[in-house]
Ligand binder design. Sequence first.
Ligand code: SF4
Ligand code: SF4
Length: 198
Amino acid sequence: MGWIGKHSNLITRDYGSWLFLGEILTEAKLTPDRPHPPHCGTCTRCLEACPTQAIPEPFVVDANRCIAYHTIENRQATLPAEIAPALQGWVAGCDICQDVCPWNQRFAQETDIADFQPYPWHLNTKLTDLATLTPEERDRRFPASALRRISLAMLQRNAKAALRGIDGLEQVEKVTPPKIQHHRHGPRLPPLGEYPSE
Ligand code: SF4
Ligand code: SF4
């Protein structure tokens, strides 16, 4: 399919690294493909762009320093002191090392599968909304969403940390949309008329 990039994600020639990987379990005898040659070359963009230096060397991601790990998997009440100020608006995952990858910049393709599109109301969400989200609002805004892996307390923690990270900026910038990896799974989108009104 492709090769493992220096940011440790699979990269393909046709789509870059923004892929949805599937798996088939079978007893059929299959001839494996030859390993794909790597095509990172001398590029080190992902290592240099990571705001928390979570890629200390090619192919090594230190989860203890990774924003994606801390915003999604870290269940502690607070984020580590060295991570919280570096969120750059991210509250669910982080795509910086993939954003800067030339294979994504050149070959990434937007999906035409409706189930992989973000809920429309997420596109208008503000950091301040998430920092004060109620359980009822979470249920309404995150139905059938992979983002439910992030508990309400974690989402509020992440949003508050992101807000503190931009504390020195103007108020208007505090209400800019949070950055969320919009990968969603579950039932198909509800009909348009059933979207929560914003
Ligand atoms: S996901 Fe973000 S924090 Fe993690 S390695 Fe990539 S750029 Fe660094
Ligand atoms: S940014 Fe450069 S080094 Fe990193 S995965 Fe992409 S091509 Fe490889």
